[in-house]
Structures are given as C-alpha cells and as structure tokens.
Design a binder for this molecule. Structure first.
Ligand code: TXA
Ligand code: MG
Length: 323
C-alpha cells in the first residue's frame, strides 16, 4: 500500500507522544535503536503486524523481534529459564535478542512469531527507543526498517529513502551507535546457541555464562533464523487451491465467493486481513479437523500479489509432505 510520505518526528516529548499515538492507532512507526532503525507496530494488533510484512515486501513470514522497555514486561510475555534470565539481567538493556517460550495469554499476534511457540524479545538501550516503548505502553514488534533484501538502515534518511511511502512516521534520533543488528540467542537446557551474530559478541556471552556458546551451524539441531523448519504445521494434511471441500475436509476460504467455507481468511478478499488471520485460522481448522475426524484442511486459492506471496509460501510449507 502506498501512503503519503512518512512524517519525520522530533525527539521531544511531543514527537514521542505523536509516534506512540500513531502506533497505538495501528500505524507503522520507524524508531531508532542502538543497533539499527526498526519498523515498529503494536505486537498485539494482527492487521498492523501484517501491514509491516506488506511494507517490507517480505516474501515469507519470518518471525519478528518484540521490543519491550524493561525486563518486567518481558517476563509477562514469555517464560524465562534461569540461563535466559541470567543473559537478560547481564545484557539488557542492550543489543541482545533472547528467544524464549511465549506466554499464550500475552496476546501477541500469531503472525509476530509466525506460529512458533517461541518469541524473540529485546530491551533496547537507546534512550529514544526506551522513551518510545514506555509511551507505547505495550510490546512493539519491529523488524529492521529496510525493504526485504536490502541492508538495515542506520539513519532516518535511509528509512525514508527505502520505505518513506509505505510507513506513517519515523522518529529521527540521528545515526544508530552500534550499526549492526542485535545478537540472537536461544537457550536449550544448559546449551546457549547463537542464532545470529550481532552487537553482543560470542566472547561477551561466554564470559557471562562461564562456558562457550555455540553457533547455530555447529549445533546438533541447526535452526538458523529465516530457515526455521519448525514453523507451525497442522497435524492433518493440507490441500491448496481448493474450489470446494469434500466431506472429509475442513475448508478455509478466501474472498466473498467462499460462502461454503468453515472459516474465511478475509471475506473482503483483503490480503492484509488474510495474513493477520492465517496462523490462528490454521490452528482453528486443525482443531476442527481433530474434533470432527476430518483428514484434510482444504484452502482456497490465494492470489500471488502483495502479501499473497508470503501467505502462499507458508501454505506450501504446511502442505508439504512431512518426514
Ligand atoms: O537489531 C535488531 O535486532 C533489529 C532492531 C530493529 O531491533 N531488528 C531486526 O529484526 O534485525 P529482523 O526482523 O530484521 O530480524 C529478526 C530475526 C529474523 O532473522 C528472525 O528469523 C529471527 O529474528 N527470529 C525472530 N523470532 C524468532 C524465534 N522465535 N526463533 C528464532 N529466530 C527468531
Ligand atoms: Mg532485517
């Protein structure tokens, strides 16, 4: 969607309040962190989260990092084992994102986590980011503020140049001091895996833990960001490009013509709404199939434009044969 050119907001209290109000109303607000500029949306608003994938032109639903102002809010959103907590206490606020099991009652849109049972959380150190997150009052999902496939922006001008007509506002806090993305870690039992190298070095992590950390490629079960094999997959088979459903199928429709569907991703045929509903509807259809003994989830054809690319990518994975 093309919008009027994004407003450049100042770092005074008026600018911060305007930025937070815009985000709370469902808008996309770019804000600086110590690493790179992020593209912030309310992490509990599925339509807003879908619109951020749309703005970036991402061809797939990579899960997003959720930004919070302090450890207290992080503890409400996810479950922290003792090692994750130790890392949070040592490195937050700072350029570290920690992948932890999400609390299903936290109200995050399922699109934020791309249906995963975990969420990547981060408390940024940047003063303006902190003030903005406090003013927002809730979790803010934010991928780096670049069009998909381009490098991450470290100034407000970069953001406006790449996405100026796709977002609502940018909080201009000058250049980002760290300039590379946050380090992403995940704890499994006693093992800490670095999923992405970034602002906190492996040496700093090891020094805190008293043990070496391993990189995703070196672990027994590799799981690097962007190629997560364990995205949500329904327990029954999935059939794509269905016009009608058989008696043994639960039917997920799309658009006004799918009147016989059990669920509809978007009656209006709106791809942003469809993306916002995708993971919850797959889960709902799966439960309906289990309840009724249906063997398959049939899904209407989704057009291959805009967010339709990412929706089809996800559906194709859900429909792929499983080993
Ligand atoms: O420095 C940063 O981290 C910046 C600023 C804005 O905070 N954000 C950023 O977000 O780089 P993004 O969306 O460009 O990268 C997020 C990465 C993706 O590679 C994604 O796969 C990974 O985080 N990720 C998010 N949730 C995850 C999860 N539950 N498990 C594993 N990886 C996850
Ligand atoms: Mg990025």
């Amino acid at each position: 969607m093309t919008r009027p050119l994004a407003k450049r907001l100042g770092t005074d209290s008026e600018g911060i309040a305007a930025a937070a109000a815009c985000l709370q109303a469902g808008g996309i607000v770019s804000f600086p962190t110590e690493t790179v500029y992020g593209l912030g949306v309310d992490a509990r608003n599925g339509i807003a989260v879908a619109s951020v994938y749309d703005a970036k032109g991402r061809p797939s639903f990579n899960p997003l990092i959720v930004h919070v102002p302090n450890v207290g809010m992080a503890l409400q959103i996810a479950h922290f084992d003792p090692l994750s907590r130790k890392l949070a206490d040592a490195f937050w606020p700072g350029p570290l994102s920690i992948v932890v099991p999400v609390n299903p009652d936290a109200g995050l849109s399922e699109l934020v986590t791309a249906g995963l049972p975990t969420v990547a959380l981060r408390v940024p150190e940047h003063v303006l980011a902190h003030q903005f997150l406090i003013a927002c009052g809730g979790p803010v999902a934010a991928p780096s503020a670049n069009p998909s496939g381009q490098i991450s922006p470290t100034t407000a001008d970069h953001v406006l140049h790449g996405l100026g007509n796709k977002i609502d506002a940018v909080l201009d806090g000058g250049p980002c001091p760290v300039g590379v993305e946050s380090t992403i870690v995940r704890v499994d039992g006693a093992q800490v895996t670095v999923l992405r190298d970034g602002g906190i070095t492996r040496e700093e992590l090891s020094a805190c833990l008293g043990e070496p950390v391993i990189a995703a490629g070196e672990s027994a079960t590799p799981q690097s960001p962007g190629q997560l094999a364990s995205h949500y997959a329904p327990s029954v088979a999935v059939r794509l490009n269905a016009n009608t459903a058989q008696a043994t199928e639960v039917f997920i429709g799309f658009g006004p013509k799918a009147t016989a569907a059990d669920l509809n991703l978007s009656r209006a045929g709106n791809l942003i709404e469809a993306a916002a509903n995708l993971f919850a509807d797959l889960r709902r259809a799966d439960a309906m199939a289990r309840d009724t003994g249906a063997t398959t989830i049939a899904v209407s054809e989704i057009p291959m434009r805009g967010l339709g690319l990412a929706i089809n990518d996800r559906l194709k994975r859900a429909a792929a044969p499983r080993g």
